[in-house]
Write a protein that binds this ligand. Structure first.
Ligand code: FAD
Ligand code: DLZ
Ligand code: SF4
Length: 514
């Protein structure tokens, strides 16, 4: 054939740039399930099942659209196990004149694609991923010469560029950002809680579930609750369900957490956005339309759109701008091993048990659970950011390095020293108490700072600040807590640090820190 078009597992969009001008009559589309991708971290079983089932459904969709798809399954006996190996075999089979591929979503795979040009005789054309609003050059141009990169300013550019929620050149309602309205404590009584659609596995998904259960039994997470949409149609249904039922309160309860309620008013759409089943800009336009129709308040629409055209685009820009070594940074020199309970959820700290438990069940936790529960705890104990990064990359169904790494290393662990976040997201138990009902059911007392029953986050918080004063003491956004620390009695300081020390010693000894 004339053209071979490899479609990677997170490129499941029929209008992906590699396909945009190809002639279906003279093209073979290559999709590859390969061991290198299923094994580069110990992906959560549900993530594996989602990716493989979505790939198989997408191959059918492409065939329906008239493409000839050469699909390599994980258990094909001749499967070489890598993208490059499979492209080499496909080149043998189809003798293409050229290979067209949309750029990879991470440095590791970009390096593979970059080597194809010298490896194969066919001409290799690597195209930009046009599913993102900002190209690499556009982001770099925005970032160039700025002393500090801040999402808010980048976000305003994206609002202007897309015209989303704009009245001419002014933001709708007069403000760019309504985040202050989006920090309501969780509601009591959950009768009106929106419910995500739970999709029943079809034949394709059932086959994949069996494959994953047999082949990846040692990977973390459960398949028992598998509920993901696996096709474009299903993802569209979940999107409509979100727009109709959850979006109106998305803003209000964006930061809230409730025992036994893993999803709240969140969209659960990240896996579909990241692998291509849904288009981010389309979704934002739908949200803006709901606002224009008076169906959702501005704080909800703006808050949601900001996550996508703001945060999502911004972290991608940082990922590519900072280069392949970004993940090696460790500004706070943190070296502790991540505790074993991150893979079991077995801890008496109720907030962690809930957040990790639902993560193992569903491959899902919402942003504040990731940032202020699991991320905050890892930050406070001084966990090695590389291990924390690995955990987030393997455990969430939406995890791809371009989005996971800046969120984990930069936002959550302050590993880049403040490039992405202006201060570490460190907090004591009182924040968790305010934003959740977790503390009510916990064996620890969130009001106590020291002693056997004290909430561990409290002493750990002060110990974190004291331990890192050399590196963080001049951060203006931490001026208040450092002043409070300075004002504390020497005895109180000593006992807070001793409590933290004792807790960390128990953690290091591998014991359940009770
Ligand atoms: P909603 O709350 O409904 O938000 C809507 C959408 O906004 C999301 O689907 C997502 O596409 C986007 N979004 C929201 N926050 C962010 C953000 N900070 N960065 C990028 N996009 C955002 N998101 C991922 O997609 N993949 C990851 O691997 C990932 N790892 C994370 C690791 C840490 C430590 C933290 C703190 C956050 C991480 N996030 C990641 C961001 C965020 O937590 C998830 O996007 C969100 O929880 C997905 O659930 P949802 O679709 O219900 O989101
Ligand atoms: C995440 C993932 C997994 C688990 N498996 C595959 C696979 O077998 N085949 C594939 O094409 N893609 C897979 N992916 C997604 C890729 O890892 C993703 O495309 C890369 O991270 C490049 O962005
Ligand atoms: Fe978490 Fe502390 Fe609250 Fe328990 S008391 S749920 S450990 S914040």
């Amino acid at each position: 054939v004339g053209t071979l078009i490899p479609i990677l597992g997170d490129q499941l969009s029929p209008d992906i740039s590699s396909l945009s001008d190809a002639d279906p009559a003279d093209t073979v589309v290559l999709m590859m399930e390969v061991a290198e991708e299923t094994g580069y971290v110990r992906h959560h079983k549900a993530k594996l099942a989602y990716v493989l089932s979505a790939m198989r459904h997408h191959a059918d969709r492409l065939r329906d659209l008239g493409w000839r798809v050469d699909y390599i399954r994980l258990d094909d006996p001749d499967n070489s196990g890598s993208f490059t190996g499979e492209v080499a075999r496909a080149v043998e089979r189809h003798s293409p004149d050229r290979i067209i591929v949309t750029e990879a979503g991470e440095w590791r795979v970009a390096a593979m694609l970059g080597a194809w040009d010298t490896r194969f005789e066919a001409e290799v054309d690597i195209r930009p991923d046009t599913r993102f609003l900002a190209s690499h050059a556009e982001f770099d141009e925005w970032a160039e010469g700025r002393k500090q990169l801040r999402m808010e300013f980048f976000y305003r550019e994206m609002r202007r560029k897309t015209g989303l929620l704009m009245d001419g050149d002014k933001p709708a309602g007069g403000e760019w950002n309504y985040d202050k309205q989006n920090r309501k404590a969780p509601p009591s009584g959950t009768l009106d809680m929106p419910r995500p659609i739970r999709f029943q596995p079809d034949d394709i998904t059932r086959e994949v579930l069996d494959l994953v259960a047999a082949r990846f039994a040692d990977h973390p997470g459960s398949l028992d609750h598998f509920h993901f949409a696996v096709s474009h149609e299903e993802a569209m249904r979940q999107k409509r369900n979100f727009l109709d039922h959850a979006l109106p309160c998305f803003g209000d309860y964006q930061d809230a957490m409730l025992t036994g309620e893993p999803f709240l008013w969140h969209s659960l759409l990240s896996p579909y956005l990241n692998s291509g089943l849904l288009d981010p800009l389309d979704l934002c336009r739908d949200v803006a339309e709901r606002y224009a129709q008076g169906k959702v308040p501005l704080n909800a629409a703006e808050g949601f759109i900001r996550q996508i055209i703001g945060w999502r685009e911004y972290v991608r820009g940082i990922y590519w701008r900072e280069g392949p070594d970004y993940g090696d940074r460790n500004f706070l020199n943190a070296t502790r091993d991540l505790p074993a309970f991150y893979w079991t959820g077995e801890t008496d700290m109720h907030c962690l048990a809930q957040s990790i438990g639902q993560t193992l069940d569903h491959g899902y936790a919402h942003h504040i659970q990731r940032l202020m529960i699991t991320g905050n705890f890892a930050l406070l104990i001084g966990a090695d950011p590389a291990q924390v990064h690995r955990w987030y990359l393997e455990i969430y169904a939406d995890a791809y390095e371009w989005v996971e790494l800046p969120n984990t290393l930069g936002m959550s662990q302050f590993g880049d020293g403040g490039l992405l976040a202006s201060k570490p997201y460190a907090s004591s138990g009182s924040y968790i108490d305010r934003m959740s009902d977790y503390c009510e059911a916990c064996r620890y007392d969130v009001k106590q700072r020291t002693g056997a029953d004290a909430c561990p986050f409290n002493a750990l918080y002060w110990d974190f600040l004291a331990r890192n004063q050399d590196r963080l003491g001049d951060n203006r956004r931490l001026a208040m807590p450092y002043r409070s620390w300075e004002k504390m009695d020497a005895d109180v300081k000593r006992s807070l640090r001793a409590s933290a020390r004792a807790f960390l010693d128990r953690l290091d000894a591998g014991g359940e820190p009770t």
